[in-house]
Design a protein. Structure first.
Length: 77
């Protein structure tokens, strides 16, 4: 069964992908082609965005992830 977007979508998937491509282009303009570019994503919420961004890049990049918690070892923020 094909995916159907809900009728209350505020930003289309196409618009999001276009903006991701624009961001990739901006990053590539801001950093020289010979600079080593290392991208870091905060888990878990950012990894899909980072994957889309990396695929939109036209140069090699390295990727890393970090986990953060507002609770540390406690149970309250």
């Amino acid at each position: 069964m094909p995916y159907e977007a809900p009728s209350n979508v505020m930003i289309s998937a196409e618009d999001i992908q276009q903006r991701v491509k624009e961001l990739a282009d901006e990053i590539q303009r801001d950093y020289a082609a010979d600079d080593q570019l290392h991208l870091v994503s905060v888990l878990k919420g950012g990894f899909i965005f980072l994957g889309d961004l990396v695929r939109a890049m036209r140069r090699p990049v390295s990727v890393d992830f970090m986990a953060v918690s507002s609770y540390a070892k406690g149970t309250t923020s």
